[in-house]
Write a protein that binds this ligand. Structure first.
Ligand code: ADP
Ligand code: MG
Length: 190
C-alpha cells in the first residue's frame, strides 16, 4: 500500500471503533504507559490536543498520569504554522486558553514559548507505525521537522489502537523514528 492508502485505511479503521472500544483501548494503553520507566530527568513534555473527529487517542490520560508522577512537570502544546509546516511548543497551565485553528486543532493562545531543545518527552500523534518505529503522520511532516530540532536524547512516544505494520513505505531521511509505541496489547521499544 502507498502512504496515502495506508493513511486512509488507518483513519477509517480508527473511526470505526465504537466509543466503548476506544475507552477500553485507552485504559489498556494507559496501564502500559504506567509501566514505562520514564527517565527521572523528564521535566517537560510536549503533548497534543486529541481530536475526537479523528478518533485520536486521549493524550490527557498520559499527561495527567505524568503530572501525578512528576509534580514539577511542565506541559507544552504545539502551535502550527501552515505556511511552512513548522510548529513551536508553548507551555500551558490550568488558566491557559486554547483556540481551534483552521484545521480544528486546539492551540494555546497565550502560552510561554519553549525551545525544542528544552523538551524532554514528546507524545507524537500518528496514524500507523512500523516494526522499526517509523511513523505515518497526517502527511505534512510537522513532527519530523520539529523532532529534528529537539535534543538527540528526547524521548519520542507514540500510541496506536492497532499493531505495527511491517514497514511504512517511502520512509525518507527526514523521518524521525519513535523510541516507544504503545498499543492496547504491547509496548514496542525501538
Ligand atoms: P508525515 O510524517 O506527516 O507522515 P511525511 O513523512 O510523508 O509526512 O512528510 C511530508 C513531507 O515533508 C515529505 O515530503 C518530507 O520529505 C517532508 N519533510 C519532513 N521532514 C522534513 C524536514 N525536516 N525538512 C524538510 N522536509 C521535510
Ligand atoms: Mg514522516
Amino acid at each position: 500500500m502507498t502512504k496515502e492508502a495506508l493513511r486512509k485505511y488507518y483513519s477509517e479503521k480508527r473511526l470505526s471503533l465504537s466509543a466503548s472500544e476506544r475507552n477500553r483501548f485507552d485504559d489498556l494503553i494507559l496501564i502500559l504507559f504506567q509501566q514505562l520507566e520514564i527517565a527521572p530527568h523528564v521535566q517537560t513534555v510536549l503533548s497534543y490536543w486529541p481530536l475526537p473527529e479523528r478518533g485520536e487517542i486521549n493524550s490527557f490520560l498520559f499527561t495527567d498520569f505524568l503530572e501525578f508522577r512528576i509534580p514539577s512537570l511542565q506541559i507544552a502544546y504545539p502551535v502550527c504554522d501552515f505556511t511552512d509546516h513548522s510548529m513551536e511548543a508553548f507551555l500551558v497551565n490550568e488558566e491557559s486558553t486554547f483556540r481551534r485553528n483552521r484545521y480544528g486543532i486546539a492551540e494555546p493562545v497565550d502560552g510561554q514559548y519553549i525551545s525544542p531543545t528544552e523538551i524532554d518527552l514528546v507524545l507524537v500523534p500518528l496514524l500507523a507505525f512500523d516494526a522499526k518505529g517509523y511513523r505515518l503522520g497526517y502527511g505534512k511532516g510537522f513532527y519530523d521537522r520539529y523532532l529534528e530540532r529537539c535534543r538527540e536524547d528526547v524521548i519520542r512516544i507514540g500510541f496506536s489502537y492497532f499493531e505495527a505494520e511491517p514497514a511504512i513505505p517511502g520512509v525518507d531521511q527526514f523521518d524521525v523514528p519513535l523510541n516507544y509505541c504503545l498499543t492496547p496489547d504491547a509496548i514496542y521499544e525501538f
